[in-house]
Ligand binder design. Structure first.
Ligand SMILES: *[C@@H]1O[C@H](CO)[C@@H](O)[C@H](O)[C@H]1NC(C)=O
Ligand SMILES: *[C@@H]1O[C@H](CO)[C@@H](O)[C@H](O)[C@H]1NC(C)=O
Ligand SMILES: *[C@@H]1O[C@H](CO)[C@@H](O)[C@H](O)[C@H]1NC(C)=O
Length: 581
């Protein structure tokens, strides 16, 4: 795809896709007073869906922190630097150990955290949620020759959003600290967007902690050696959504409680003639590349996210170009207080009950699947893009709370983790006091089925549900509700018992995840058996087809009815003459 950017021609390779949806809700808008943030990691099959624990560590004064190139393919990192679970093992056999592309100063102590492609949750309850965004400037990573901007042969920028998010986990006790740290490192060492990405050279994070959440939106600067970024605090009574397009509009850099900005934010726009001192500064208008993939790719999910939180507000479903004329507010105050279950169900949304319901129409096939696979046909067109997506590697909902009454240290903040497309997975809780990798989430080799991998068991359920989505998904939904209410009860029990020892927390939450894994292992063969041959095996009744699909499918134009038996034989009178019936 060739797209004109500020008079330059920018060649984007359409080779990889990743597109994530992010929600955040302030602590005054949630049921239990926690800050809620969430992220669907919507990669392609080559992405790395593992959740691995990076232990806390002490470092020598002269130590350097190596920085690695983050290609986002499996395995995302291989070596000694991120703890034992990132070391080469049978699962990563045949892959090369990662080589640093540069170094920065190390700090005396780094915190322990759960890591996916991005940081998920550290021991202080600092969390991130990521969504790739289009941007007007982009560059390639240090030493790389892939995806460089015109005029550059080799990349100079050291920091990707993946690396920045890991550094935030290692070094931050609060979301504000995390945002300041990431901004400073990106300005100093340069920022590069996802490699070979058709979609966006920019990035965004929601960074949360038990007090507040910040939206952090970043791109490389025009020299390819620094970064342009802005962070905006989410008001406590609001929720926001990010769906592959920047959302921060007017920036008030003087309001230091609510904005943190890179030193070059205004100068770059001004030097290009895009902005004049003394006028309102709109970050998205200046630096976003707008919606990518197709129109409504971002806006539809923004609309849906905001509407699910605030149904009383009526927002338009169509617009001209949301980059130039925003039609959605950047945040809304939810009609009712939001729980972690609400975020889980928002991530499972396929526009049910709206005019865009993806389980309706011929596109959904005979059995109403909401899933739309990638097309490689010469037939031109686009599918609607819902928040739920078949190629999601993992979704996490981070429920962040300070320790206190009924919430001891170690279980106050929790990452709820669904190891695959959320409409086929159960969320399992991982409190911040767990200090090891959850075995069920440790493996997800994209080229090898593993019966001990939650990710593979979830994918298998998804694939089988395509046989008869409408009836099969009901059983999946029941299994999800059961697993998640068990998890709520377990968490409550552990909190009431006052358990804080990592060893005990590890054991309890390992066991829970393993039980869910066993349930999911049985779910796929159960579904195959239960509805074998499009028959309800309990009643032995055919499950048939929906009328609307038969009407649309050409069924009525199939072979005609059987010929009538109206001739002799057997319709004969006694003289052997034909009888007309
Ligand atoms: C987990 O916590 C326990 C207790 O503080 C500690 O002994 C152990 O070394 C920790 N494990 C890791 C991997 O950090
Ligand atoms: C490992 O590195 C070698 C040498 O650079 C390269 O030829 C090979 O393709 C790499 N293997 C993988 C799996 O990336
Ligand atoms: C995976 O399958 C192997 C071989 O059938 C079996 O021994 C093992 O117990 C299974 N693992 C799990 C976690 O179900």
């Amino acid at each position: 795809m060739i797209r004109a950017l500020s008079g330059l021609l920018w060649l984007d390779a359409a080779s990889r896709t990743a597109a994530c949806t992010v929600f955040a809700v302030g602590k005054a808008a949630t049921k239990d007073g926690s800050v809620l943030i969430s992220h669907s990691d919507d990669g392609d099959p080559q992405n790395d869906a593992r959740l691995l624990y990076v232990p806390a560590a002490d470092h020598r004064p002269d130590e350097k922190r190596p920085i690695f190139y983050t290609a986002e393919t499996f395995p995302r990192y291989l070596g000694d630097h991120m703890g034992p679970d990132y070391r080469p093992n049978a699962d990563t056999k045949g892959y090369n150990v990662s080589e640093p592309i540069g170094y920065i100063d190390q700090v005396p102590h780094t915190f322990g955290y759960q890591s996916g492609t991005y940081g998920v949750l550290n021991e202080h309850g600092v969390s991130v949620a990521e969504s790739t965004c289009s941007a007007v400037f982009g560059t390639c990573g240090k030493g790389s020759t892939v995806g460089c901007e015109p005029g550059r042969k080799v990349g100079a920028a050291l920091m990707s959003i993946d690396t920045l998010s890991y550094l935030a986990m290692e070094r931050s006790r609060t979301s504000r600290e995390a945002v300041e740290l990431m901004g400073q490192l990106a300005s100093k060492y340069g920022f590069y967007g996802p490699p070979d990405s058709f979609e966006g050279s920019g990035e965004s994070l929601i960074v949360g902690d038990p007090d507040e959440a910040w939206a952090f939106q970043i791109l490389s600067d025009p020299t390819g050696t620094s970064a342009i970024w802005v962070a905006k605090r989410l008001p406590d009574d609001q929720m926001t959504v990010v769906a592959n397009m920047y959302t921060i509009r007017e920036v008030n850099a003087d309001d230091k409680d609510n904005f943190i900005v890179s030193p070059n934010l205004f100068d770059v726009a001004s030097s290009k003639g895009w902005w004049k001192q003394g006028t309102a500064f709109d970050f998205t208008l200046m630096y976003s590349g707008g919606e990518y993939a197709h129109k409504y790719y971002s806006g539809r999910r923004m609309w849906r996210g905001l509407q699910m939180a605030k149904p009383s507000l009526s927002l338009p479903t169509s617009y001209e170009d949301i980059r130039y004329k925003p039609v959605y507010p950047w945040s809304v105050s939810p009609d009712t207080k939001v729980s972690h279950h609400d975020l889980m169900s928002w991530h499972r949304d396929w526009y049910a009950g709206t005019e865009f319901d993806m389980t309706k129409g011929v596109q959904a096939g005979p059995f109403g699947t909401p899933d739309r696979y990638q097309t490689t046909s010469k037939v031109q067109g686009h599918w609607e893009r819902s928040i739920a997506l078949y190629r999601t590697n993992a979704v996490y909902v981070q429920q962040l709370h300070h320790p206190g009454e009924g919430r001891p240290q170690g279980t106050a903040s929790v990452a709820w983790y669904a190891a695959g497309p959320p409409h086929y997975a159960a969320f399992v809780p991982i409190p911040s006091g767990v200090n090891e990798t959850i075995h069920a989430l440790q493996f997800a080799n994209p080229k090898q089925f593993e019966n001990y991998s939650m990710n593979w068991l979830v994918r298998r359920v998804m694939d089988v549900c395509q046989i008869r989505f409408d009836v099969m998904h009901k059983d999946v939904n029941n299994a999800q509700q059961a697993a998640e209410s068990d998890a709520d009860a377990l968490l409550e029990k552990v909190r009431q018992a006052g358990t804080t020892s990592p060893a005990e927390l590890n054991k309890i939450f390992q066991e829970h995840a393993s039980q869910v894994l066993q349930t999911w292992k049985k779910l796929m063969p159960y579904l195959l058996f239960r509805f074998s041959g499009n028959t309800d095996i309990e009643t032995m009744q055919s499950l048939s087809y929906p009328d609307a699909w038969l009407e649309a499918s050409g069924y009525k134009d199939g072979p005609p009815d059987a010929p009538k038996e109206d001739k002799c034989p057997p319709k004969c009178d006694l003289d052997g003459e034909n009888v007309v019936v």
